[in-house]
Write a protein that binds this ligand. Structure first.
Ligand code: AMP
Ligand code: GLY
Length: 428
């Protein structure tokens, strides 16, 4: 079968690699893809933008695409799945209405309030005077979030009242996030440890993937500005069996039931960003309507099931009878980024050592890469690679991923040497 995969990051390289490994798949076309994917057997790329729904639909119709898989949120929020469903094209992802769980923080918060799903206390504002008055009675630490999609950058965890007031002013008065920041959600600061909890959902049943955790901060020790994610690992030991049960009973199942009841059944990957407190009680920090990047890279390295079987079960609404088989191994993915990431975007630097890194047994997933005229693989800005390895523990997988990452060089490079440190401390 021919699969169309939409997206261009490390998450999509991992999906393309895993889908191509299925003996049911003859061809994976990635739109628009990146330079690394085309080196995979059975995988090619096509220059169609992820939000060009007309062109993607025409491609799926004209190229006998049996199934389309959507990686990033933008086409989901724009309604790609609604269009494909209307045209009877099988597609993995939520409709526009269901993707509002990610597309609007206010929608997500109202929904959680309606169904008693545990999350931080919140209030929503479009007027800065009202927001500032609220801050007078709600001191720091406190969290300010742009309502709409802001590429992971619309969240300020304010440690001081001054920072909180500045964030409100930036978003509501100075419109630093444009329309996405025309409303802000002000939210109670939650203490605890974060984890990513991702499920494949068919509208009625949620089948949880293995647990994972990513590192959103740029610098070692989880310091510095928020990014899309600097590395991830699976499993996340903070999600004990008891926490897992609570997440399913208190959060995931009520979410799936509530969305169906509200007439917007959720299909595709539901990502719940969790904060787990000292008592092991989980609360929702955010929903995403897609797989996490970089969580997908270590997760798919541990998945022993055929992803196509799981997608077919999801399309047939038969996930209640499906099973995901995971390796007992752990996996760690280390993101290698351009030096200034998440600010600026240097590009065009020649990347050396990818083959040597792959030769160590790790897998180098590409994100922001392209080719120059001489055929060199070069940086294309932002997150460049995700070097992912499996091992018998998080410590071992981390050390194998670092050995591979040490083979890779370009002049202006940045990566964290402490991915998975919480799990490593627990291994000891
Ligand atoms: P989000 O984009 O909503 O996932 O937020 C980005 C990051 O900000 C999260 O991964 C958390 O580290 C942090 N964060 C968001 N909301 C809260 C909260 N209510 N309390 C503490 N930290 C938060
Ligand atoms: N790694 C977090 C995300 O994909 O949003």
């Amino acid at each position: 079968m021919h699969i169309l995969l939409i997206g261009s990051g490390g998450r999509e390289h991992a999906l393309a690699w895993k889908l191509a490994a299925s003996n049911q798949v003859s061809q994976v076309t990635v739109a628009p893809g990146n330079a690394g994917m085309a080196t995979e057997a059975k995988v090619s790329t096509i220059a169609i933008d992820v939000t060009d729904i007309d062109a993607l639909e025409a491609f799926a119709q004209n190229q006998q695409v049996a199934m389309t898989v959507v990686g990033p949120e933008a086409p989901l929020v724009k309604g790609l799945v609604d269009r494909f469903v209307a045209s009877k094209l099988p597609v993995i992802g939520p409709t526009k209405a269901a993707a509002q769980l990610e597309g609007s923080k206010d929608f997500a918060k109202q929904f959680m309030a309606e169904y008693d799903i545990p999350t931080a206390q919140f209030a929503t504002f479009s007027d800065s005077a009202d927001a500032l008055a609220y801050l007078d009675t709600h001191p720091a630490p406190i969290v300010i979030k742009a309502d709409g999609l802001a590429a992971g950058k619309g969240v300020v965890v304010a440690q001081t009242d001054e920072e909180a007031r500045r964030a409100v002013h930036d978003m509501l008065d100075d419109k630093t996030f444009g329309a996405a920041g025309a409303r802000v959600v002000i939210e109670e600061f939650l203490a605890g440890e974060e984890a990513s909890f991702i499920c494949l959902v068919d509208g009625k049943t949620a089948l949880p993937l293995a647990t994972s955790q990513d590192h959103k901060a740029r610098n070692e020790g989880d310091l510095g500005p928020n990014t899309g994610g600097m590395g991830a690992y699976s499993p996340a030991p903070v999600v004990t069996p008891s926490v897992h049960d609570k997440v399913m009973q208190r959060i995931v199942n009520p979410t799936v039931r509530g969305m169906a009841k509200n007439g917007a059944p959720f299909t595709g990957f539901l990502y719940v960003g969790l904060m787990i407190d000292n008592a092991g009680d989980p609360r929702v920090i955010e929903y995403n309507a897609r797989l996490g990047d970089p969580e997908t890279q270590p997760l798919l390295m541990r998945l022993d099931s055929d992803l196509v079987d799981l997608f077919n079960a999801a399309l047939a609404a038969e996930l209640h009878d499906a099973e995901m088989i995971w390796s007992d191994d752990s996996a760690v993915g280390i993101v290698m980024a351009a030096g200034e990431y998440p600010a600026g975007s240097s590009r065009g630097e020649v990347i050396e050592g990818i083959d040597a890194a792959d030769a160590t047994g790790a897998k180098v997933f590409h994100a922001g890469t392209s080719h120059d005229e001489a055929g060199n693989t070069i940086t294309a800005g932002g997150r460049i690679l995700c070097v992912t390895a499996r091992g018998s523990s998080v410590s071992q997988a981390k050390s194998l991923a670092e050995t591979a990452a040490n083979e890779i060089h370009w002049p202006n490079i940045h990566w964290r040497r402490d991915i998975g440190y919480r799990a490593v401390a627990r291994d000891r």
